[in-house]
Design a protein around this ligand. Sequence first.
Ligand code: ADA
Length: 574
Amino acid sequence: MNAHERHHTRSVTDLAGFWDFAFLGDADPDAVLPANIAYDDVMAVPGCFDAAPAYAGRRGLAAYRTTFRAADLGRHRLYVGGGQNWCRLFVDDEFIGDHAGGHTRFSWDLEVARAGDHTLTLLVDNRFDAGRVPQHLEYFDWYQYGGIGRSVELHRLGRLWIDSVRIDTLDHERRRMRLRVRCGCTEPDSVLRTGFKAMVDGSVLVEEELTGEQMGLGEPAGGGLVERELALEDAALWSPRDPRLHTLSVTLGDDDWTGRFGIRTVQAESGRILINGELVRLFGVNRHESHPELGCSLPRSLLLSDVQLLERLGANFVRGSHYPQDPAFLELCDQRGICVWCEALGWQQTARQLTEPSFLDAQLRCVDEMIGSLANHPSVVLWGLLNESESHDPESRPGYEAIIGRIRENDPTRPVTYASNHPFEDLCFDLVDVISFNCYPGWYTASLAEMPQYIDGILEHIDQSGFRDKPVILSEIGAGAVPGFRDWNASYWSEEYQARLLDQVLRCCRSRPRLSGVAVWQFTDCRTGGPAERALRRPRGFNNKGILDEYRRPKLAFETVREHFTRETGRPTE
Ligand code: ADA
């Protein structure tokens, strides 16, 4: 379940543990029958199998197996927090479903017809296969680990259940919230009568009896919805400086849901980002979920220490590059007042990919899953998409329109942005609320001395193109530093050069109010993959632009960035 969500009456079984495991290498998943798999190993769930030395760097099909005992018969739902890159589920050797795409939560419904133990088999494939998994492409600049990266849970649903609970701020001044509870029922039932209750911080705000028809559970079959407006007079607002949270509890019949939320609005207007009507400038870093021994499956203790390091850095912002981050990380950002740019999986997609229906379908599903499971986090202040893709090619525009349209359909309350790496030629800036650009003066382009003019040139171009009213974020900038390489000459790859470059970047950004934010590339070093041309520019096989190394040990630049950020954000440093 999402980290900040709880169930009290619904029975939930956490299937974390050591599962039977078999690495099947280049086997075709369609040719694998679960009954014939010979398990010869065990694997941790959650975990990335190819982060372990035994399978390091291996790509192929893997089989995971465990057993569960159903609390009773009837409808159950298996939630998988994230499976990289592709999964297929069997229960008692019977095919249940497939899922493509990592880093987002998804589920399968199961009808349990027999008491006792059941076998659950998950085939997990970390190979790149543009047909089956169009979102994960081999050339991306980070190592795409395979496995079951996040929790697996079995939920007993019963006859009538809560599918999702969504709470959005309509008006922060009057504390008006919109509550939407989606529900389901095993069979369409318009005459059913059941209790519905919503409580905030222990006070009952709604208590009523509803019929199946009122919930939309009558014929024809379809998902039900209960929608109410709540006024939470005098309740504390969420803001980065004072991140106050509230607890919402919903009961519907025998089912229940409890989660936390914040009251806040985010607006992008007159060239500024406003949270609850107040100007906010975002100072932070790009963050990959990556660790050399854990892959992208990070335990809560490491998520917490990442957040503690962000606080120590004085950051009030993190961009989740380039996929949705762990909900437990977002929960910590909610609590600590760190604003998050939450991005759908994507990296340097071409116009050709953006015109392929299978790629677009996969992107739209990723957007639905991302927003469906993460929208209640007040820390998420921006939705992002398609990092550095071909937004300067007219052929890409319909793809951008479709994905941005889907984001807005799912959530009209948050601004949308994407990071462009060709700001002078971009053709899609009009589609988003916040314009963001990545640039690397002093590293890939221009010299360090030219950096201020380089950034000014982009800002002027944005304004002259008619986008003066849109806030602008410098979404990536940085330099590589091999950890421990210290050099009086401050040559490329030294910690000195990186610190000098970021000092200049942050001086420049702080003195340009036109910029609403900056995200340094990047928080920690991370393992990368991709073609040899890139590998040869990535010493150690890592993207070394972290201000911390991959074990979170600080480089010289950490202190440089901290000095700038703390002055801007006034955040505590210890
Ligand atoms: C791009 C990209 C990042 C990373 C960076 C780099 O801007 O968005 O993911 O690859 O370049 O280090 O070169």
